[in-house]
Design a protein around this ligand. Structure first.
Ligand SMILES: [Zn+2]
Ligand SMILES: [Zn+2]
Length: 52
């Protein structure tokens, strides 16, 4: 389980405003293992993994 770097909660409980750490997009943003949210394009480009 990944934990949000801002609120230290799991993705399901996190109520932070979610946008991509890299490009500020909100398109299919998911929490990754470093505790930040990334959009689908940046996750694929940087090989970050979200939870299923
Ligand atoms: Zn959060
Ligand atoms: Zn992005």
């Amino acid at each position: 389980m990944f934990i949000c770097g801002s609120c230290s909660k799991y993705e399901q409980q996190c109520e932070c405003e979610r946008y991509c750490m890299l490009c500020q997009s909100d398109y299919r943003v998911r929490l990754c293992e470093d505790g930040y949210y990334y959009c689908k394009d940046c996750r694929e480009a940087c090989d970050f993994r979200s939870e299923e």
